[in-house]
Unconditional design. Sequence first.
Length: 158
Amino acid sequence: MSGPDPVVRQMTMDDLPAVMEIERTTFPADAWSESMMRGELNDQPRTRHYVVACVGDAIVGYGGLAAAADQADIQTIAVLAGHRRSGIGAALMDALLAEAARRDTEAVFLEVRSDNEPAQAMYERFGFERLGVRRRYYEDGTDAITMVKKLDGRGDGA
């Protein structure tokens, strides 16, 4: 990885303009609306945990976790195109999995586009296993691959 390491911190409402720009450029066909993202942030910290990755003063990525009872779902992870393959996605995933472990969840689930092989490879490196396929899950008709990672339940992610 070249350049400075990203700083990952909790997302705030003030981060929404930058986050929404990344959302729209990363997911043009099925981007979340700003009101949807506000709703997610309004549920922090009760059932949600959203983080941003910053390089210098710029937000270059974000991710979100929904957690209830003993399971959690990675809601979203997005990294600006010019910062991909530089460890930002991994830093975001580390933060989300640490939060899932802190909340004593037993399993973390996610969906990933069937045509997004780099993301699938990253999730597999983190120990996610394929569960199944949701046919035509995305707005453009692309399938989603469902994946799960079992946590040890000790709250420390080890």
